[in-house]
Design a protein around this ligand. Structure first.
Ligand SMILES: Cc1cc2nc3c(=O)[nH]c(=O)nc-3n(C[C@H](O)[C@H](O)[C@H](O)COP(=O)(O)O)c2cc1C
Length: 417
């Protein structure tokens, strides 16, 4: 019986354990988690979502407070087109986050950054260019383009000295999205170094509609592999979404995958950024507690626990402090949803908004409990203490369980009594 460790992910001459831990914003896939995965020989991700919040927490910068100070005059104005990111500060914060992480890399693995196109930040092209370029400047090993089609993202960095040496990949949920990406970026004469094929059981935003349940990861991976072969394109394919055991991963490797991307099993690792109390919510979840809903203002469906405090919270839009989802004209679907409820409830001190959520605020506060479909199996990956709490795991334990397990087995941690 094969185990995942019988395979290697090859990037040129670089040989890696074929396990990629996916980006989990905002600082759920912490620098510490990514570094541990790299130490173990795999690929870890940090994320640049709400990077200023991350550096304020990690390095005591004051970006968010200062931004709010500048735009305080606009807090009661529902037109947010005045709110902008200062590009020099965005560059500074990204370089700090990435640079400090890369300084600490040890071991044979690599650290990549997850960059979501949907973080439109009131100036989509300009801010994305700064984010990508600053990550390259600060020495990131690779960039995973996410949450968007990224039809012109390569052109934003094609003149960067590291454009051809850093690993660049894209997350797609269909062969069509991959075809479009390759065609539209062909002008830069560069193919992606890897493709993450994310299926409908993943955590975070989904690249499917609310009919996500009709789709199946193995089928989409098969379509991608067949198309790449027909085009004679040798690009590593990395499936993601619902790969819960080493044996699940081996099945994809035998199908022709070059590695797997996983995330949910690491949400309960010590190194993961979720507060310990939230990790217990993930452990406790049952299948009925999970839903895919449309509360994200990005327009993508998102999977989360039904008990997420973000659902129904009528937070006043916090764009003056954050504003990561403002589109090029200063709009966010949450502002509209919030205004509608406020208008319907004149004089109310507090409102509940169920249509959309202020994703910046709630991701920042770890109040949007996004998870993969199999979150309800996490309780089977650990031991329960006498007080009813579940024992958190080390990232090493989870990583090695993926790497070495066979027969669909999951290794439990040694119980530290
Ligand atoms: C808590 C959480 C947050 C996530 N955040 C992001 C994100 O910010 N960007 C992204 O591209 N994918 C995100 N994802 C998706 C993962 O990177 C990964 O591709 C997917 O969840 C893998 O499926 P699995 O969780 O079933 O292993 C997130 C997943 C989880 C569980």
């Amino acid at each position: 019986m094969k185990k995942l460790d019988d395979f290697r992910l090859m990037f040129g001459k670089r040989e890696l354990v074929p396990i990629m831990v996916g980006g989990m914003g905002v600082d759920i896939s912490t620098s510490a988690l990514a570094l541990e995965i790299a130490r173990l020989g795999g690929i870890g991700h940090i994320s640049d979502a709400m990077v200023k919040t991350i550096t304020d927490r990690r390095f005591n910068t004051n970006y968010v407070k200062e931004k709010l100070q500048i735009y305080k005059f606009n807090v009661c104005n529902m037109d947010k087109s005045a709110v902008h990111f200062r590009l020099n500060e965005l560059a500074e914060a990204t370089k700090l986050h990435v640079g400090k992480t890369m300084e600490a890399v040890r071991g044979a693995g690599m650290v990549f950054i997850n960059c979501m196109e949907k973080l439109t930040m009131n100036a989509p092209k300009e801010t994305l260019a700064v984010r990508l370029r600053s990550a390259l400047d600060a020495g990131i090993d690779g960039i995973t383009l996410a949450a968007g089609l990224h039809l012109s993202s390569f052109s934003l960095i094609e003149d960067h000295p590291r454009f051809r040496d850093a690993k660049l990949g894209i997350i797609v949920s269909s062969v069509r999205a991959l075809q479009l990406f390759i065609r539209k970026n062909a002008r830069t004469n560069r193919l992606p170094d890897y493709v993450v094929v994310e299926g409908p059981l993943a955590g975070g935003h989904l690249g499917f509609g609310m009919d996500w349940a009709k789709f199946d990861l193995a089928t989409i991976v098969g379509e991608v592999l067949t198309w790449l072969k027909s085009e004679k394109l040798d690009i590593p394919v990395i499936p993601a979404g619902g790969i819960f055991t080493g044996s699940d991963a081996v099945r994809f490797m035998e199908q022709g995958a070059a590695g797997v991307q996983v995330a949910t099993r690491f949400t309960v690792a010590d190194e993961c950024g979720l507060p310990d109390k939230v990790k217990q919510e993930y452990f406790r979840a049952s299948e009925e507690d999970v839903e895919v809903n449309e509360t994200s203002p990005t327009g993508y469906p998102m999977r989360m626990l039904k008990s997420s405090p973000s659902i129904g919270a009528g937070t006043r839009p916090n764009c003056e402090a954050y504003g990561y989802l403002l589109d090029a004209t200063g709009h966010c679907a949450y502002i509209k949803a919030y205004n509608k409820v406020v208008e319907e409830n004149p004089g109310a001190k507090k409102v509940e908004v169920f249509d959309k959520t202020c994703l910046c605020t709630h991701m920042r506060n770890f109040d949007c409990w996004t998870c993969g479909q199999y979150v309800y199996r996490l309780k089977d990956t650990t031991v329960k203490a006498a007080d009813g709490s579940y024992m958190q795991l080390s990232a090493q334990h989870v990583f090695e369980d993926y790497q070495f397990s066979t027969d669909n087995r999951i290794a439990l941690p040694a119980f530290a009594a």
